[in-house]
Design a protein around this ligand. Sequence first.
Ligand code: 2B7
Length: 667
Amino acid sequence: MSEENKKHVHVVDEELEKAKQEIKGRESYTAEDIEVLEGLVAVRERPGMYIGTTGIPGLHHLVWEIVDNAVDEALAGFCDTITVSLNKDGSVSVTDNGRGMPLGTVAKTGKSAIETIFTVLHAGGKFGKGAYQVAGGLHGVGASVVNALSEKVEVNVYKDGNEYYLSFVDGGKVEGQLQQIGTTNKRGTKVTFKPDPKIFQESVTFDFKTVSNRLRQMAYLNRGIRIIIEDLREEPKHEEYHYEGGIAEYVAHINKTKTPITEDVIFIEGKGDVEIGGNKSHILVEVAIQYTTEYKETIFSFANNIQTGDGGTHEQGFRLAVGRIFNNYARDYKFHKNEEDKFIYEDVAEGMTAIISIKHPAPQFEGQTKGKLGNTDVRSVVSQVVGDKLEEYLVENPAEAKLILEKIMLSSKARRAATLAREGIRRKDGIEFTTLPGKLADCSSRNPEEAELFIVEGNSAGGSAKNGRNRHTQAILPLRGKILNVQKAQEKRIYENAEVGNMIQAIGAGIAEEFDIAKARYHKIIIMTDADVDGSHIRVLLLTFFNRFMRQLIQNGYIYIAQPPLYKVEYRGKKYYCYNDEQLESLKVDLELRPGHPVQRYKGLGEMDAQQLWETTMDPEHRKLYQVHIEDGIAADTIFEELMGEKVEPRKDFINENALFVKNLDI
Ligand code: 2B7
C-alpha cells in the first residue's frame, strides 16, 4: 500500500464499506441523512457563527475557505498551482492540481466522500487533512459551510485519467450522484460556488482587490505555490503570485518604501516537536528579518496563514530570542563596555521589519477578535529556533552583523535620551501629563463615553468651533500649522513638539508603551481640517501620529474625521449644504435651479461662522463622521510609509482621500 493511501485507510476503504452498507440496509441512513441536513440548515440559520458576518467580509470568507483546502493540498506536497476565477455569472471557481478529492464511499454517512465533505459539518477532520489546517476558525468544515450558503456548488475531480462531477443546489441539496463525465489528462479538484443572495443580502459581488490581496499574502506565506487570480467579469484582470523566497520576499516588499541597512533579508526556518492527544507532531517556524533606517518596529505575525494582529506566543518567543541574541553578540564582540549598555527589547526593535509565520497542528486563537495566538508550546519553540539560527547568521556574516549592531547601539542611545526628555516634560508639568494644555477648550462632562475632542486646523476655525460647540460634551483643541511628521522623526523630538504635547495632554492616556486606553478622556476624537490639500496633509500627519503612538485609539474606533460641507446653496429663504459634487448636482435638479444660481464653495472651515460650523459639521444630529479603521495592517503600514516615510518618490503619489483607513459610518 502506498504512503498516500495508508493515510486514508480509516476514511475510505471502499470494499469494506460496501459490504458494511449492504448488511446495515437503507433505513439506518435516513437518520443520518437528517442529521446531515440539519447540519447545513444550522449554518444557514446562524451564518455568523461560521463566517463572522453575512456582509462583504463574510462573502469573501467563502473564497478563503475553499482556497484553504487547496493550500492544504499544496502544503501536503501534492499541488503547486491554485487558480481562482471570478466568473461572469457571479460564481467563483477554485482549481488545484492536487490529488483530487477522494472518490470512495464514507462508512459513517454511506455517501461518496465528496458529498460527505460538502454536506457534513465536521467532515474535515475525518479526511486526514494535511498536518496543518489553514482554515483558522472552521477547522476543515469549510467546504460544507460554503455549500450551505451557496445557491449552487459544482465539484469536478480530475483523477486517474477521468473527470468526475457532483453538484448541489439551494444550500447544499445534492443533485444526482457522483458520476464520471469524461476523460482528462489533468489532476486535481475544481470547486465552483455561487453565493446565495438570500443569505448575503448586502451584496454577492466579489471584490477583485480583496481577493487578489489575500491570495498574494497566501502566496508569500506559502513559498513555492503559484496562485493565479483571473477576473472574467466586466473588466478582465489577471494576476499571478509565486514567491520562491516566501516571507523573505514579503519583508523585502514591505521594505520597498523604506531604506534597508543591509541587502540581506535574514531568513530563519526550523521546527519543534509537540504532542497533541498522544500524537507526535511538529510546529513549523519561519521568520524573516531586515533592518531599515526607520524608528519603529514593523512585525507581522501569522499562525496557520492567519494574521495574528494581537500577537501571542510566537511573537513572545521571537522577541525573547532577538533580545537575547543581540545582547550576547554585543557582549561577546565587545560592542558593550559595561552592564549598563545592555539593550532592552525596544532598542533591538527600532527599524526592524519582521514576519513570523508558524504552522501548528492545533492552533488556539484567543481574545475578543481571535487575533492572538495562545499555544504555550509555541513560545519556546520559536525562541529556540530563532535564537540558534540568528546567532549562526550573525557569526557567519560579520559585516551585516556590524551594520545591524551599530543601528541598535544608536537606538539604544536615543532611547536613553528620550527617557530623559520625557522625564523633563513630566517635571515641568507636575506629575505625569495631568495638566491640560492652555489651548484646549475642554468640555464640562467628565464622562469619556459622551465626551468628544475636536482637533481643529487653524486658530480661526478653532474660534468658530469653540463658539458653536455643545460645551457640555465637545472640547476643542486648535492646532497651529503643521504637526511634526512623526513617521520620520526620532522619538525624542516627538516629545519636544508642542502640538504633539498638547494632544497627549488633552487625551490624557499617555503615549507609546505607556499608553492606557482606559485613561482616554474622550471616546470620540474628531479630526476637523479643511477640505483642501493642506487639510488632508494635516489629517494624514495626525493619523500617522495616532497610528504610531496611540494605535489603540484607532483599534477601538475612537478616531473620526469630520466632514465639513463643500457647498452652500440658498434658495427661497432656505440653506442647503452639500458635502460632495454629486450631492450638489442632484440638489440642483431637485430644486430645479436655474443655471447660474449662486453656489458658495467653502474653501476652508474658517469661512463658516460658529452657527454654520455647528449645524453642518459638529451637531451630532446632522453631521457626518467617518470612523478611521486600519483595514489591513500591512497595507496601512505601507501607505503610512508611502506618505510619511523617508523616501520622497512614493510621497509624490500623495493619496488625498485616505480611502484605505476610512470607512463610512452613518451616524
Ligand atoms: C478535509 C477535506 C476537505 N481532500 C482529500 C484529498 C485531496 C484533496 C482534498 C482538495 C479546493 C478547490 C479546488 C487525500 C480534504 C479532502 O482528501 S480537498 N484536494 N482540494 C480542494 O479542496 N481544493 C486526498 C488523499 C488522497 N487523495 C486525495
